[in-house]
Design a binder for this molecule. Sequence first.
Ligand code: 13P
Length: 266
Amino acid sequence: MRTCLIAGNWKMHLTPAEGAALATTLRQRIGTRLNLDVVLCPPFVSLPAVADALRGSNLKLGAQNVFWADAGAYTGQISPTMLIAVGCEYVILGHSETRGRFGKPDPHLTEQHLRYFGENEATLNLKLRAVLPHGLKPILCVGETLQERTAGQTEAIIRQQLEGALQGIDADELYELVIAYEPVWAIGTGQVCDAEEANRVCGFIRQQLKDLYAPELGEQVRVLYGGSVTAANAQGLLHQPEIDGVLVGGASLNADEFVQITYCAP
Ligand code: 13P
């Protein structure tokens, strides 16, 4: 049985004090829930404050990114050991915003196709290899753009993203891996993917893991859906057999909304 996982990706929102306040509210309302993993992923600078607010509860802490070296001259980067030291159990990897597949150009940039942070399969592979030995659980995001979906490339893109990121990594290291299907066109657009279609693609992802590795791995790895999840649509998504949870962006910044989403867990 896979435990349902509901993660809030706060992206670049909330100061440490605001984050601690939200975490405290969530702790009071859902901090004793059993048989459900709830993970809060604040910005790096808020991790210690949110960790303090969550200590002793069932709520878990995650980061939004990581660098692959443990230490060194890497200005602006954060290492796996640093994340562990502040209490992180999870880390989001390969979000379309860090891959630079945001689906629309940044209006502040003149170069139309400038990629935000340029993460790709090769750097994701390095990051996975760096975090897994530390026991940090990766939430690896995959998903197609609208253009790719329209061209019928959804499966091919996801297969390429999975194969590239997981290349050379042994099955025994991957049992705590979480994959999030985040279609780029559904992120921050209010255009949620239809629950049955999200279920179909999550099933496809699971099948890829079975084919690449072993049926047992595919059965164990949790596959989440992310993209415009709200309290209004969470129920339909969370009751699909192939969807093991949701990765929530905007709606995770509102305590009532996020609590309601957790109540939809089967
Ligand atoms: P929204 O829920 O705001 O669409 O964001 C989804 C997301 O990117 C979660 O990682």
